[in-house]
Design a protein. Sequence first.
Length: 280
Amino acid sequence: RVSWTAKHGSISISMECVNADAPQDEPSDLPSFSLDLKGSCVEKDIDYPGGWIRTFDVGSLSECLEKCSMNSECVLFVVLIGKQQCLLKNSDHEGPTSFSFIAKAGSRAVKMDCLSDQNKKTVNADAPEDEKKARKHQEIDEEKHQKEKEKPEETFDLDIPGSCMEIGVDYPDGFIAAFNGISSLSKCRKLCQGEASCVRIVAIPTTNRCILKNSRHSEGTKVSWAAKQGSISISMECVNADAPEDEKKARKHQEIDEEKHRKEKEKPRREEEKEGTFDL
């Protein structure tokens, strides 16, 4: 108490003392978010990358559970507590990890098949049967991913050259549909051309997956799960602009042919309407 800082009225604090007094409860920075599902089915700070379907803003775990229950593809959901976001996942998801940015930010992961009909709203944390089910489902999931690793690798052709390819870039949201077993960029592009609202494709060569996007997609990012898997994004507007002259002509003839067939279909109807009229 005789140093010059002490004489100036200094205040000293031990971090050990502060940490000892800190509350040890669940995260409380967002009191409006309800962690209303408990038990072994709720995996804390765990993420299952990939298999993304949709993202919702939610206020509780049970609300995210309800969103997943209403989607036939949803097999699990991951909640990002800090942002109050609910991520629905299909069966294409990867194995559990605690090292993704979502897990490190404070997440909760729940598998739908772990929840029984009797405990969908409230899971009993102390029930031994639930813990057995959770372990069983985890073993099944690990076996599934092991089999996936043992499958022979499929090839993926990068057959759309030019500056339109954005490698390692994803455009989240704006989801239309996703297709597995796609072997080339051109086949992914063809699927997009068959969808009137499709403006962009995001292909993941490592999993032979093609994702179609509409104009409501977000800006490009290199930190999403798709981007980290080496996704390739292509704007249909860019591809059409770079198309060779022969390809443009072919598309033009196709449009003319489609218009011709449309008129042929309407011709009998117009003749019937004409026969049904008479002069007064």
